[in-house]
Structure formats: structure tokens, C-alpha cells
Design a protein around this ligand. Structure first.
Ligand code: ADP
Length: 460
């Protein structure tokens, strides 16, 4: 056999094999049928088998820029093949976004830690004083034997507040398991968050409730073309330039757009319809041009136009000269966006029919998604999201509240949760010293939101 031929063949398939390697998986979100946390990731049962992982095994995950972390791997039948489900914290530690490649390998030799030093991020500590160790770290590490790697950050949801920590030092080695005899120190100067770490603070898909179907559609329409424009070019299809979200105020349209931007790492520019309108000749158009220029200079980008009906009302029905000019400017800007530009415009309105029809034609806002008032299941999802950082008493029945809040939109349910917390604070004014700069963790720890607080909030 011709040796050259053989080596050629080997080389060509080597690339394919590398791609197909069962341990190279694409990052997916943490919203599967198995709940995930900072220390657990989920794989499809096929991947679990291919990688020879047993229940309780640790895996070494490798993401971008050689960033690594160690987690437990569990099987999740709802995890698509070729994907690994990661919570936001783990994605942050690996420096990956959804769709990025993560390599996953079984890791057997993680030693029990002798010593671990963590330190809270300064900004997540604002307004809290006292012993974080007892209030946050002790319960966190008591749950189970958590692996920690030097450089990781992790968010601990405590009473009323979530605090984010950074792992400064681990011994022996850079990855350890925190066992009962591991000495955990919580001290040192609190670091300031770096910008790329900050991005994880934006809302994620798990912060939006009751819009499962719409979320899937919008991800397909926006995330895919923003992240993989080549895919669309290759297939000769034009990704959508504009998407219209319509529904009553407070249903989460802005939240949804922000979540898409932060999860896909896109630059996010907001245009508020009524605000951008100016009576000064030419100023509104100039504002719009600046917004589009900003987006095009920072691709991939999402331009979010809230209350777009104020910018682009039906030209036949409006007498305002400014509106007419602004509508045509917007049409020009959208038509001028190259299909390859990686800019998607998302418009939000409560009154889709009052928009200028030219905007809703092919090549402009040609996709429309109805973000309606949530039903009972949606309301429960939203209540869970907004109460996830709250210490709920055992008597709280969120399902009941979901049933009793017919007609509430997401913003109402968020307000309901804050009002319940405020009511609790009012009750506790005798133990909270308003004169103090900070509140002790022991006081925070004693707070519990009960059904009565939520009931009260529903009546306000
Ligand atoms: P819209 O843009 O539709 O007027 P927003 O996205 O501004 O609504 O919603 C305001 C706030 O209400 C959000 O920041 C969030 O706290 C809450 N909220 C609204 N809808 C939802 C939802 N579907 N899931 C979770 N929270 C929601």
C-alpha cells in the first residue's frame, strides 16, 4: 500500500474523529429534567455510557482558554445527544457560552482537601456583615462532598441574599474535594469582579418563566444565527433581521431579550420608543442611526426596541411628520443590515396592529411571537424564579398562590414576592437596627417569609 496515501487518509479522518470524540460535547443550558447546581453537570445516558462514568463519578471539564473545573456527572434523559448541560456558574468557570465545546473526562484522583481558602466578591457583600462562614459556607459544604478548583467562583444562595465566592487557594493541588475534615477559610481581600465574569450576572434563560415555547422559538431565530452565521450562509438562507414580541406590559419581553443577549454573549442595545422621539428636526433619526452604528460595531449584537409602536406607527394613520421620518429611517437602517451582520433587532409592543405595515414585511420584522399573560403553570414557574433567593417558611404553598393569581403577569408576580419580603421586614423592624451600615448575618438568617406575608402582598 502507498504509504503517502495511508497517511493522507489517516489525517483526513483524524479531524473527523476529533470532532466526533464522545468527550467533546457542546454546552447546553441547565434546564433539563435533573436539577443542577454549582457542582453537578448532566450528560445524556449515551454519553455517560460512552465515557464510562458511574454514579457519583467526578469529571474534569475543560472549556475555553484552558479553564478547567471538576464536577459530578449525572445522567439526564432529556439532555440531547452530544451535549452537556451546565448551570450558569459552571459555564462561567469554564468561560464557555451555550454551544461552545467542552471536553469531559472521568477524573478519579481528586484528593480530599486539607485546606481551602475562599473569599467573597466585594460587590456581592454590600450591606452584609457578620460571619459568612456559618450562614453561607457551612450549609453549602454540608450538602455533600463538593469538588472545588482554584480560580472557580460559586454562588451560594442564602437567606434573602446570594453571595458569590472565589476560590483563592486549594491544597493539595488545584482541585480538591471539600470533606468534613477540610479546613475552609473565608478571608482575604474581596476581589472585584472582572468584566468577563460580570456577564454571567445578566439574566439567564432560567430567570424567565412561563414562556417555554416562545423561548425555544426565539433561541432558534436569534441565538443560532448570531452564534453560527456560517451555518446560515452555507445553507443559503437568510437569518431573520427582526422579530416582533407582542403582549401586555410586564410579561417579560425585555427580560427575554436580555436573557438571549447575556446567554449568547451578544452586545445589547436598548431603544426606548417614546424616549428616542424628539421634536427636534432630525434628532430622532440621528439617535436611531447611532444605535445601529453601535450595534454594528459590536457584533454579535441585539437591538431591543421597546414600545416600538411609538417609533413606528402606521404612517397612514399618523399625522406627525417626525413619526413618518423616523419610520422611514428605521426601514432604511433595517434594509441596510447585511445578512451577515450578526445584528438582530427585537421589537416589543403591546399593539402590533398599530405598527406601520411596511415594518412587518419580509426582511424586516417578519417573525412575530405572542408573549401572552401566563397561565397557572407559567405563574408557578415565575413565582419559583422570584422566590428562589427567599427563605420560604414550610407553610408557603406556591402552587396555591399560582392558582389564586389569575391575570397576574410576570411583573405583578415579581412585585408580589418583593411586597411579601417587605411585609416581613416591617414586622422585624424591632430587631433590625436601621442606624447600622450593615445587617448581621444572624438577623438575615432568622428571616422567614410565611404564607401570611404572601397573602398580604396579594391584597395590596
Ligand atoms: P415587558 O418588557 O414585557 O414589559 P419586563 O421584561 O420589563 O416586561 O418585565 C418586568 C419585570 O417583571 C422583569 O424584570 C421580571 O422581574 C418580571 N417578569 C416579567 N415577566 C417575567 C417572566 N415571564 N418570568 C420571570 N419574571 C418576569
Amino acid at each position: 500500500m502507498d504509504a503517502g496515501g495511508v497517511s493522507k487518509k489517516d489525517l483526513s479522518t483524524a479531524i473527523l474523529e476529533r470532532k466526533k470524540a464522545p468527550n467533546r460535547l457542546l454546552a447546553d443550558d441547565g434546564e433539563g429534567s435533573v436539577p443542577l447546581d454549582n457542582s453537578t453537570v448532566a450528560l445524556s445516558p449515551t454519553s455517560i455510557e460512552q465515557l464510562g462514568i458511574y454514579k457519583g463519578d467526578l469529571v474534569l471539564l475543560r472549556g475555553k482558554r484552558r479553564r478547567e473545573t471538576v464536577c459530578y456527572a449525572v445522567a439526564d434523559p432529556s439532555c440531547p445527544e452530544g451535549r452537556v448541560r451546565l448551570g450558569r456558574g459552571v459555564r462561567g468557570n469554564l468561560g464557555v457560552k451555550l454551544g461552545d465545546v467542552v471536553s469531559v473526562n472521568r477524573r478519579l484522583d481528586v484528593p480530599n482537601g486539607a485546606r481551602v481558602q475562599v473569599t467573597p466578591f466585594e460587590d456581592s457583600m454590600e450591606g452584609i456583615s457578620g460571619d459568612l462562614f456559618d450562614a453561607y459556607l457551612k450549609p453549602y459544604f454540608r450538602d455533600y462532598l463538593r469538588p472545588l478548583c482554584k480560580g472557580d467562583t460559586f454562588l451560594v444562595r442564602g437567606n434573602m441574599r446570594a453571595v458569590e465566592f472565589k476560590v483563592v487557594e486549594t491544597e493539595p493541588g488545584d482541585c480538591v474535594i471539600v470533606a468534613p475534615d477540610t479546613a475552609v477559610f473565608c478571608d482575604g481581600a474581596a476581589p472585584v469582579k472582572r468584566e468577563d465574569e460580570e456577564r454571567l450576572d445578566g439574566p439567564g434563560y432560567d430567570d424567565v418563566g412561563g414562556v417555554r415555547k416562545q423561548l425555544a422559538q426565539i433561541r432558534e431565530l436569534v441565538e443560532l444565527p448570531l452564534r453560527h452565521p456560517k451555518l446560515f450562509q452555507t445553507l443559503g438562507v437568510k437569518p431573520p433581521k427582526g422579530i416582533l414580541l407582542y403582549g401586555p406590559p410586564g410579561t417579560g419581553k425585555t427580560l427575554l431579550a436580555r436573557a438571549i443577549a447575556s446567554e449568547s454573549g451578544a452586545h445589547f442595545v436598548v431603544v426606548n420608543g417614546p424616549e428616542i422621539m424628539s421634536k427636534m428636526a432630525g434628532e430622532s433619526e440621528e439617535n436611531l442611526r447611532k444605535v445601529f452604528a453601535d450595534a454594528e460595531a459590536n457584533t454579535p449584537a441585539i437591538v431591543f426596541m421597546d414600545e416600538i409602536d411609538a417609533i413606528a406607527p402606521n404612517r397612514d394613520k399618523t399625522h406627525g411628520e417626525v413619526e413618518r421620518r423616523v419610520v422611514s429611517q428605521l426601514l432604511t437602517l433595517m434594509d441596510g443590515l447585511q445578512p451577515r451582520a450578526q445584528v438582530v433587532v427585537i421589537g416589543a409592543t403591546n399593539r402590533p396592529n398599530s405598527l406601520d405595515p411596511a415594518l412587518r414585511r419580509f426582511g424586516r420584522f417578519d417573525r412575530e411571537l405572542d408573549i401572552g399573560v401566563p397561565d397557572e403553570v407559567g405563574r408557578l414557574e415565575i413565582l419559583r424564579i422570584h422566590s428562589k433567593d427567599m427563605p420560604l417558611d414550610d407553610d408557603v404553598d406556591l402552587e396555591r398562590i399560582g392558582k389564586d393569581t389569575h391575570g397576574f403577569v410576570g411583573a405583578d408576580l415579581a412585585a408580589l414576592c418583593s411586597e411579601a419580603a417587605l411585609q416581613l421586614i416591617r414586622e422585624k423592624m424591632d430587631v433590625i437596627d436601621v442606624e447600622e451600615e450593615t445587617i448581621g448575618v444572624d438577623v438575615l438568617n432568622s428571616l422567614r417569609i410565611c404564607n401570611a406575608h404572601l397573602k398580604h402582598a396579594m391584597e395590596v
